[in-house]
Design a protein around this ligand. Sequence first.
Ligand code: PEP
Ligand code: MG
Length: 575
Amino acid sequence: MVPIVSGMAMGPAYQFRKLSFTVNELDYPIESIKAEIDRFRLACHKTLTLLSKTKELSSAVYDDQFLEIFESQIALLDDDIFLSEIEAHIRDKKSSAAMAVFTVFREKMDYFMGLKNEYFRERAMDIQDLKNKILHAIFGVGTEYQISVPSVIFADYLSPSDTVHFNRNLILGFVTDTGGRTSHAAIVARSLNLPYVINNQTLSKIVQADDFIILDAHAGHVIINPTEKTIGSYKKLKKKYTHIVLELKKESGLPTVTRDGIPIEIAANVEFLNELAEAQSCGAQGIGLFRTEGIFLEKEGLPDEEEQYHVYRRASEELKDQTVIIRSLDAGGDKILKELDHPVEQNPFLGWRAIRFCLDEREIFKTQLRAILRANINNNLKLMLPMVSSLREIQETKSVLDEVRLALKQEKIPFNPKIDLGIMIEIPSAALMSDVVAREVDFISFGTNDLTQYTLAVDRTNQKIAKYFNDLHPAVLRLMQLTIKNARALKKEISICGEMAANQEAIPILLGLGLRKLSMSPNAIPRIKKIIRMLNAAECEKFANRVVTLPSESEIQQEAKKFIEKTIANEDLLI
Ligand code: PEP
Ligand code: MG
């Protein structure tokens, strides 16, 4: 069991199953043809009832365009010719109801997908959706994202878009079978402040809908149907953790200065506007990373310029006297936006992602840049590019920015032409070329989640190889050391916004390498601030210079652990 986002929760389990099934699941052995045909008819009946209800509930909220989708799905379920095609498939092929639905729907979808007309291609998606609904009815599992009471969500895997589609008020925490500490689903869970553990087994299949769960994401325990006594002792533990969090928060407004007087700036990573207040209450000095994918993942369709403008403008207004670093869209990898018709890639993390995607999808990029320049009236926004691998991407972005400025000017739309441009150092090539790329920009920030992934060739979402993912690896630290040296020589601001900044064991090394600005999820801030106040920067420097020369990550890890344990040895709040 691996704790990913610390915290505790108690409540019923909710088994989240994606609307997709493996061939083995579909092709189950059948008892009789009649039973399968009955099963199919019952599933159609259930789906029809569900659709009629959804349509009724939706009519007050949605446009006709959405209602049409339900209507066309209902019409298909009423189409005797189509239904008898599926029944014939069950009869002729002696197939399971699920396999027959899958096959016949697939043929229909392929037909629509092959048509040139955009309207018909879109209908293929509605057909796919209907197929999934019928399959769900056949297997008797609920549809995704429908929680009725506050629950602990169990899933085999969660994508970032899954995490944002649940009703946040009803999620107590997450337990997944697979995933990674720096996967984007984990990051979203962290930003929503929801306890999260990865179990490395198949708990999502074992747990039952009415099981009562204790999720202890501090220690990494999941207890299914505990005794009254266990519930009692966990209630006490929960109270203790809540007390610690509150006490640390009380001190979070104090200055963050090391024992030898070096001030350290602590900013927050956020993805949703409602996190800004939380960031402030945790003592954040601005936003070091505003991930903009949430704006895209949260809604159906792409957000337009106005929608984005309002989000960035509100961030700028709410943090008037502080800086907000807005990162341009980091789509791709594990953050696939359905609306963008992203192709399936062999290696999505090495693929069409982030700045590569934006430079190809110019209109999407320009819309975002226009919204940011317009929102920067207070002059407190900065723009940061993710996944830069070479100089070319920076230069191209600058020319896109110039085009956007010119267009806004010609359209006489108010905007601020000035904006600081920064890049994330997430790819080893950018770190190795930092003396060159840093010249082109105003600031740089380490994205150590990706820098570690790409330096060590470890997929950050794959729990099976998680033991290889270590941001204290000497190769990662050496790349950071080189980049900091180059940035300092060029007098460029350098910071870190990867999850490493919230890892207490890494803090002495980060300060020791020369970082003076760290950005992290808001809930980590009070704790990290307290730790920094206990450190001596000169000692950290000596320590960092020594550990980067060590040959292995395990030795560095051990040293880092010893160092921090000694530092916080007598501190109750930092257990
Ligand atoms: C990183 O890679 O460290 C980072 C901060 O970006 P993200 O986690 O969103 O990829
Ligand atoms: Mg990244």
